[in-house]
Write a protein that binds this ligand. Sequence first.
Ligand code: AMP
Ligand code: MG
Length: 414
Amino acid sequence: MTDPCLTPQDNQLLSVAQAKEKILDAIEALTEFETIPLAHCMGRFLAEDICSTINVPSWDNSAMDGYAICFHADGSLADKPYQVIGKVMAGDSSVLALTPGQAARIMTGAPVPKGTSSVVMQEHATLLGENLQVPTRIGLGDNIRRAGEDIEIGKTILRKGDLLTPPRIGLLASVGFSQVTVSRKINISLFSTGNEIKEPGEKLSEGQIYDTNRYVLKSFLSSLPVNIQDLGILKDDQAEIHAALQQASKNSDLIITSGGVSVGDADFVKQTLESLGSLSFWKIAMKPGKPLAFGHIGEALFLGLPGNPVSTTVTFLLFAKPSITKLSGGTEHQNLRLKLRTTSELRKSVGRQEFQRGIMEEGANGEWLVRTTGRQGSHVLSSMAVANCLIDLPADSEGTEINEWVDVIPLNQC
Ligand code: AMP
Ligand code: MG
């Protein structure tokens, strides 16, 4: 079955992949950077390659609590006891040296004494007075973490454009960086549009609805490296929209709006922007979220997302978030994808790529599975709120039967 909503002009629709490529191709990364303390760099994008100036670990050290031993000169390993001559704790500088047949008590992370052949785990050794009995199976170098085994001096450990995540920040700390140079935060202006849109907390009259989109968008943006200028709700009034967007373009790297980009009588964003900047209005072969506006107003990038809250959410994740990454100098623009079996029959029409809301959960046998949240209208935000993923169904698919494999984009890491 073909999508009944497709009109003849819909042959001109862009695919999701084409739209994303066009957007990313048109975005140049910022070239303004700042050096900030390591403690503040979570979620920022590196502006330089990082090379280690030290070995990690810096010296050979013990991987276990136990005993460092120097093998007997005659090659016997466990037949004769070893004489314990001292103790090394983590943080000690290693002055102790072992000669054949000697051992030292050693703690995890402590530098191994000179002459150490291997470290024997405490649980495998028996101490009688000064005499240490070790097991028969010991290999040379057992339980010793070698200098530079994790990171060698001079090795590039992170690259320009990498997103700084907790493990990467830990890596920077482990090689001694206390600050790091990252792209500056980008300035984003945010508007909702529509005469019917009211601020939550106000009283609704007939025909009015609460502004949902600004709250969805601000919440997504709050974990990204951006400064948000929340400019509220614009009426469907050409002069008001014109003035507001022109003003916002002067101090924004990116302007994001929602609503007003389809073909309704009150869709002034589209009309206004055509006179203000260089903009493309695209119909994208996707559901939810067919209309999207993209372009420039002055120096600022502009992204006009569709008004239905689910469409706003999905287009933010598929187009706005990667745009912010690219603008911030980030190089990882791919949404994480999984393949899971569906426990629901998923219906769709041929023609548009659909992002249906889904719930991933662990099945009885431990395999992760996905099911639909139910009704998929683009105004049904409650289904988005229970979803933990989007099920990505290709444009040419008619849906899937129970137990088939589907592509899934997890949501809770966004
Ligand atoms: P539009 O593209 O402006 O015609 O909007 C499409 C639908 O989304 C309409 O039903 C609008 O009322 C609704 N809508 C637009 N903006 C918002 C918003 N900020 N919050 C909630 N719903 C919205
Ligand atoms: Mg509207």
